[in-house]
Design a protein around this ligand. Structure first.
Ligand SMILES: NC(=O)c1ccc[n+]([C@@H]2O[C@H](COP(=O)([O-])OP(=O)(O)OC[C@H]3O[C@@H](n4cnc5c(N)ncnc54)[C@H](O)[C@@H]3O)[C@@H](O)[C@H]2O)c1
Length: 276
Protein backbone atom coordinates (compact mmCIF):
# COMPACT_ATOMS: atom_id res chain seq x y z
CA UNK A 1 0.00 0.00 0.00
CA UNK A 2 1.33 3.44 -0.78
CA UNK A 3 0.18 6.65 0.86
CA UNK A 4 -0.28 9.76 -1.23
CA UNK A 5 -1.43 13.26 -0.48
CA UNK A 6 -4.25 14.10 -2.84
CA UNK A 7 -5.46 17.69 -3.15
CA UNK A 8 -7.26 17.02 -6.45
CA UNK A 9 -10.49 18.99 -6.72
CA UNK A 10 -9.36 21.54 -4.11
CA UNK A 11 -8.60 25.21 -4.57
CA UNK A 12 -5.72 26.75 -2.62
CA UNK A 13 -4.64 30.33 -2.03
CA UNK A 14 -1.02 31.01 -1.06
CA UNK A 15 -0.12 34.58 -0.07
CA UNK A 16 3.30 36.01 -0.87
CA UNK A 17 3.83 33.11 -3.26
CA UNK A 18 5.95 35.02 -5.75
CA UNK A 19 9.19 34.04 -3.99
CA UNK A 20 10.78 32.02 -1.20
CA UNK A 21 8.76 29.65 0.96
CA UNK A 22 5.40 30.72 -0.51
CA UNK A 23 6.55 29.92 -4.04
CA UNK A 24 7.57 26.40 -3.02
CA UNK A 25 4.31 25.86 -1.11
CA UNK A 26 2.30 26.91 -4.18
CA UNK A 27 4.29 24.52 -6.40
CA UNK A 28 3.91 21.59 -4.00
CA UNK A 29 0.16 22.10 -3.50
CA UNK A 30 -0.20 22.14 -7.29
CA UNK A 31 1.87 18.94 -7.57
CA UNK A 32 -0.55 17.35 -5.09
CA UNK A 33 -3.39 18.26 -7.45
CA UNK A 34 -4.79 21.53 -6.09
CA UNK A 35 -5.68 24.47 -8.33
CA UNK A 36 -3.57 27.24 -6.84
CA UNK A 37 -4.13 30.99 -6.60
CA UNK A 38 -0.69 32.60 -6.45
CA UNK A 39 -0.85 35.88 -4.54
CA UNK A 40 1.90 38.45 -4.50
CA UNK A 41 2.20 42.22 -4.43
CA UNK A 42 4.70 41.88 -7.31
CA UNK A 43 2.71 40.97 -10.40
CA UNK A 44 5.68 39.73 -12.43
CA UNK A 45 6.69 37.27 -9.70
CA UNK A 46 3.16 35.91 -9.32
CA UNK A 47 2.97 35.45 -13.11
CA UNK A 48 6.34 33.65 -13.14
CA UNK A 49 5.22 31.17 -10.47
CA UNK A 50 1.95 30.54 -12.32
CA UNK A 51 4.00 29.80 -15.44
CA UNK A 52 6.24 27.38 -13.48
CA UNK A 53 3.21 25.50 -12.14
CA UNK A 54 1.62 25.32 -15.58
CA UNK A 55 4.89 24.07 -17.08
CA UNK A 56 4.73 21.16 -14.62
CA UNK A 57 1.15 20.40 -15.74
CA UNK A 58 -0.59 22.06 -12.78
CA UNK A 59 -3.36 24.65 -12.66
CA UNK A 60 -2.75 28.13 -11.24
CA UNK A 61 -3.97 31.72 -11.46
CA UNK A 62 -2.23 34.92 -10.34
CA UNK A 63 -4.02 37.10 -7.76
CA UNK A 64 -2.08 40.29 -7.37
CA UNK A 65 -2.99 42.12 -4.14
CA UNK A 66 -1.39 44.03 -1.30
CA UNK A 67 -2.48 41.95 1.69
CA UNK A 68 -2.08 44.91 4.06
CA UNK A 69 -5.30 46.32 2.61
CA UNK A 70 -8.68 44.92 3.86
CA UNK A 71 -10.52 45.71 0.64
CA UNK A 72 -7.79 44.22 -1.54
CA UNK A 73 -7.86 41.04 0.59
CA UNK A 74 -11.65 40.76 0.19
CA UNK A 75 -11.33 41.19 -3.58
CA UNK A 76 -8.52 38.59 -3.65
CA UNK A 77 -10.59 35.97 -1.84
CA UNK A 78 -13.69 36.72 -3.95
CA UNK A 79 -11.57 36.34 -7.11
CA UNK A 80 -10.30 32.94 -5.97
CA UNK A 81 -13.85 31.74 -5.26
CA UNK A 82 -15.11 33.11 -8.61
CA UNK A 83 -12.28 31.69 -10.70
CA UNK A 84 -11.51 28.41 -8.90
CA UNK A 85 -15.01 27.67 -7.52
CA UNK A 86 -14.05 27.62 -3.83
CA UNK A 87 -11.25 28.24 -1.37
CA UNK A 88 -10.48 25.00 0.45
CA UNK A 89 -6.89 25.68 1.51
CA UNK A 90 -5.28 28.98 2.47
CA UNK A 91 -1.61 29.36 3.34
CA UNK A 92 -0.93 32.79 4.85
CA UNK A 93 2.78 32.99 4.25
CA UNK A 94 3.57 36.72 4.19
CA UNK A 95 5.70 38.07 6.99
CA UNK A 96 8.89 40.08 7.22
CA UNK A 97 11.09 42.60 8.89
CA UNK A 98 10.05 45.59 6.77
CA UNK A 99 12.67 47.67 5.00
CA UNK A 100 14.21 50.25 7.35
CA UNK A 101 13.01 48.40 10.47
CA UNK A 102 16.18 46.34 10.93
CA UNK A 103 16.76 44.38 14.14
CA UNK A 104 18.03 46.59 16.96
CA UNK A 105 18.01 46.84 20.75
CA UNK A 106 14.50 46.93 22.23
CA UNK A 107 14.98 50.44 23.63
CA UNK A 108 15.72 51.82 20.17
CA UNK A 109 12.42 50.73 18.60
CA UNK A 110 10.00 53.66 18.23
CA UNK A 111 6.23 53.75 17.68
CA UNK A 112 6.46 53.65 13.87
CA UNK A 113 8.67 50.55 14.06
CA UNK A 114 6.09 48.81 16.27
CA UNK A 115 3.17 49.77 14.06
CA UNK A 116 4.87 48.74 10.82
CA UNK A 117 6.25 45.40 12.03
CA UNK A 118 2.98 44.44 13.77
CA UNK A 119 1.05 45.52 10.67
CA UNK A 120 3.08 43.38 8.26
CA UNK A 121 3.27 40.27 10.43
CA UNK A 122 0.16 40.14 12.64
CA UNK A 123 -2.50 42.45 11.20
CA UNK A 124 -1.89 41.36 7.60
CA UNK A 125 -2.14 37.67 8.58
CA UNK A 126 -5.34 38.30 10.54
CA UNK A 127 -6.95 40.21 7.65
CA UNK A 128 -6.27 37.31 5.28
CA UNK A 129 -7.47 34.73 7.82
CA UNK A 130 -10.71 36.64 8.38
CA UNK A 131 -11.62 36.85 4.69
CA UNK A 132 -10.65 33.22 4.03
CA UNK A 133 -12.57 31.91 7.05
CA UNK A 134 -15.68 33.81 5.98
CA UNK A 135 -15.55 32.27 2.50
CA UNK A 136 -14.84 28.77 3.86
CA UNK A 137 -17.65 28.98 6.45
CA UNK A 138 -20.08 29.92 3.69
CA UNK A 139 -19.08 26.74 1.78
CA UNK A 140 -17.84 23.33 2.95
CA UNK A 141 -15.15 24.47 5.42
CA UNK A 142 -11.43 24.30 4.76
CA UNK A 143 -7.92 24.55 6.16
CA UNK A 144 -5.96 27.69 7.04
CA UNK A 145 -2.22 27.51 7.66
CA UNK A 146 -0.16 30.49 8.84
CA UNK A 147 3.61 30.69 8.44
CA UNK A 148 5.12 32.05 11.66
CA UNK A 149 8.68 31.53 12.92
CA UNK A 150 10.92 29.52 15.19
CA UNK A 151 11.75 32.88 16.79
CA UNK A 152 8.44 32.56 18.67
CA UNK A 153 9.70 29.73 20.83
CA UNK A 154 12.49 31.52 22.65
CA UNK A 155 13.71 35.02 23.50
CA UNK A 156 14.65 36.88 20.34
CA UNK A 157 17.05 39.62 21.41
CA UNK A 158 17.29 42.54 18.96
CA UNK A 159 14.36 41.12 17.01
CA UNK A 160 11.76 41.58 19.73
CA UNK A 161 8.86 43.08 17.77
CA UNK A 162 9.00 40.60 14.88
CA UNK A 163 9.12 37.66 17.31
CA UNK A 164 6.27 39.10 19.39
CA UNK A 165 4.13 39.63 16.28
CA UNK A 166 4.76 36.07 15.06
CA UNK A 167 4.05 34.68 18.54
CA UNK A 168 0.75 36.57 18.45
CA UNK A 169 -0.11 34.73 15.22
CA UNK A 170 0.62 31.40 16.95
CA UNK A 171 -1.86 32.41 19.62
CA UNK A 172 -4.40 33.72 17.12
CA UNK A 173 -4.37 30.25 15.59
CA UNK A 174 -5.71 28.75 18.85
CA UNK A 175 -8.62 31.20 19.09
CA UNK A 176 -9.51 30.80 15.43
CA UNK A 177 -9.35 27.00 15.74
CA UNK A 178 -11.86 27.03 18.61
CA UNK A 179 -14.23 29.46 16.89
CA UNK A 180 -14.02 27.92 13.42
CA UNK A 181 -13.76 24.20 14.18
CA UNK A 182 -17.57 23.81 14.28
CA UNK A 183 -17.67 25.37 10.78
CA UNK A 184 -15.40 22.60 9.49
CA UNK A 185 -12.31 24.81 9.38
CA UNK A 186 -8.93 23.71 10.74
CA UNK A 187 -6.39 26.40 11.61
CA UNK A 188 -2.68 25.77 12.26
CA UNK A 189 0.70 27.45 11.93
CA UNK A 190 4.04 26.14 10.80
CA UNK A 191 7.06 27.79 12.35
CA UNK A 192 10.23 27.60 10.26
CA UNK A 193 13.75 27.91 11.54
CA UNK A 194 16.30 29.71 9.39
CA UNK A 195 15.43 28.75 5.82
CA UNK A 196 17.61 29.22 2.81
CA UNK A 197 15.49 31.61 0.71
CA UNK A 198 16.83 34.32 -1.57
CA UNK A 199 15.93 36.97 1.02
CA UNK A 200 17.88 35.15 3.72
CA UNK A 201 20.82 34.40 1.41
CA UNK A 202 21.02 38.13 0.63
CA UNK A 203 20.86 39.10 4.32
CA UNK A 204 23.35 36.61 5.82
CA UNK A 205 26.93 35.82 4.88
CA UNK A 206 27.77 32.20 4.05
CA UNK A 207 29.84 32.12 7.23
CA UNK A 208 26.83 33.18 9.34
CA UNK A 209 24.61 30.58 7.64
CA UNK A 210 27.17 27.90 8.43
CA UNK A 211 27.30 29.08 12.05
CA UNK A 212 23.50 28.82 12.29
CA UNK A 213 23.57 25.36 10.68
CA UNK A 214 26.23 24.12 13.10
CA UNK A 215 24.21 25.34 16.08
CA UNK A 216 21.33 22.94 15.33
CA UNK A 217 21.24 19.26 16.33
CA UNK A 218 20.88 18.32 12.65
CA UNK A 219 23.77 20.65 11.72
CA UNK A 220 21.77 22.25 8.92
CA UNK A 221 19.33 24.98 8.04
CA UNK A 222 15.89 24.29 6.55
CA UNK A 223 15.29 24.09 2.78
CA UNK A 224 12.16 25.84 1.53
CA UNK A 225 10.86 22.72 -0.23
CA UNK A 226 10.91 20.94 3.14
CA UNK A 227 8.47 23.52 4.46
CA UNK A 228 6.36 23.06 1.33
CA UNK A 229 6.14 19.31 2.03
CA UNK A 230 5.04 20.04 5.59
CA UNK A 231 2.42 22.54 4.37
CA UNK A 232 1.14 19.97 1.85
CA UNK A 233 0.73 17.46 4.69
CA UNK A 234 -0.81 19.86 7.23
CA UNK A 235 -3.43 21.03 4.73
CA UNK A 236 -4.30 17.46 3.72
CA UNK A 237 -6.72 14.90 5.14
CA UNK A 238 -3.75 13.04 6.62
CA UNK A 239 -3.66 15.85 9.19
CA UNK A 240 -7.43 16.07 9.64
CA UNK A 241 -7.31 15.76 13.46
CA UNK A 242 -4.76 18.57 13.86
CA UNK A 243 -6.03 22.06 14.66
CA UNK A 244 -4.94 25.00 16.82
CA UNK A 245 -1.27 23.95 16.74
CA UNK A 246 1.98 25.46 15.63
CA UNK A 247 4.44 22.97 14.24
CA UNK A 248 8.13 23.80 14.44
CA UNK A 249 10.28 22.90 11.43
CA UNK A 250 13.69 24.16 12.50
CA UNK A 251 16.25 21.30 12.30
CA UNK A 252 15.99 21.20 16.10
CA UNK A 253 17.24 24.79 16.58
CA UNK A 254 14.77 25.26 19.44
CA UNK A 255 16.46 22.48 21.40
CA UNK A 256 20.02 23.59 20.87
CA UNK A 257 19.52 27.23 21.83
CA UNK A 258 19.21 26.18 25.47
CA UNK A 259 22.87 25.09 25.54
CA UNK A 260 26.04 26.35 23.86
CA UNK A 261 26.38 25.70 20.13
CA UNK A 262 29.72 24.08 20.76
CA UNK A 263 28.96 21.31 23.22
CA UNK A 264 32.50 19.98 23.64
CA UNK A 265 32.39 21.06 27.28
CA UNK A 266 29.22 19.07 27.86
CA UNK A 267 30.71 16.00 26.14
CA UNK A 268 33.81 16.01 28.35
CA UNK A 269 31.63 16.43 31.46
CA UNK A 270 29.67 13.33 30.40
CA UNK A 271 32.86 11.36 29.77
CA UNK A 272 34.05 12.35 33.23
CA UNK A 273 30.73 11.29 34.80
CA UNK A 274 30.79 7.90 33.03
CA UNK A 275 34.36 7.24 34.14
CA UNK A 276 33.40 7.61 37.81
N1 LIG B 1 13.28 32.49 5.38
C1 LIG B 1 13.44 32.25 6.68
O1 LIG B 1 14.53 31.93 7.19
C2 LIG B 1 12.24 32.31 7.59
C3 LIG B 1 12.38 31.86 8.92
C4 LIG B 1 11.29 31.90 9.76
C5 LIG B 1 10.07 32.39 9.29
N2 LIG B 1 9.95 32.83 8.00
C6 LIG B 1 8.65 33.31 7.55
O2 LIG B 1 8.29 32.63 6.37
C7 LIG B 1 7.48 33.47 5.55
C8 LIG B 1 8.07 33.56 4.15
O3 LIG B 1 9.40 34.03 4.24
P1 LIG B 1 10.36 34.09 2.96
O4 LIG B 1 11.73 34.18 3.49
O5 LIG B 1 10.00 33.03 2.00
O6 LIG B 1 9.93 35.53 2.37
P2 LIG B 1 10.35 36.21 0.98
O7 LIG B 1 10.75 37.61 1.33
O8 LIG B 1 11.31 35.36 0.22
O9 LIG B 1 8.97 36.23 0.17
C9 LIG B 1 7.86 36.97 0.62
C10 LIG B 1 6.94 37.26 -0.56
O10 LIG B 1 5.82 38.01 -0.07
C11 LIG B 1 5.53 39.08 -0.97
N3 LIG B 1 4.87 40.16 -0.22
C12 LIG B 1 5.45 40.98 0.70
N4 LIG B 1 4.53 41.84 1.17
C13 LIG B 1 3.37 41.56 0.56
C14 LIG B 1 2.06 42.13 0.64
N5 LIG B 1 1.80 43.15 1.45
N6 LIG B 1 1.09 41.59 -0.13
C15 LIG B 1 1.35 40.56 -0.99
N7 LIG B 1 2.58 40.00 -1.11
C16 LIG B 1 3.57 40.50 -0.34
C17 LIG B 1 6.90 39.49 -1.50
O11 LIG B 1 6.77 40.19 -2.72
C18 LIG B 1 7.60 38.13 -1.63
O12 LIG B 1 7.38 37.56 -2.92
C19 LIG B 1 7.41 34.82 6.29
O13 LIG B 1 6.24 34.86 7.07
C20 LIG B 1 8.63 34.80 7.19
O14 LIG B 1 8.47 35.63 8.32
C21 LIG B 1 11.01 32.81 7.15
Amino acid sequence: MSITIDHAGRAALVTGAGAGIGREVARWLARAGAAVAVNDIRAENAAAVVAEIEAEGGRAIPVVADCRDDDAVDVMVATVVDELGSIDIAVNNIGMIPRGRNPRPFVQYRGDDWRDIIDQNLTLAALCGRAEAEAMAAADGGVILFVTSGETTRPSPYNSIYAAAKAAVNHLVTSMAVELGPEGIRVNAMAPGTTLTETVAAAFTEERMEQIAQSTPLRRVVEHDELARLATFLTSDLARCITGQFILADAGAFLSRSRPANDEGLKSELKGANAQ
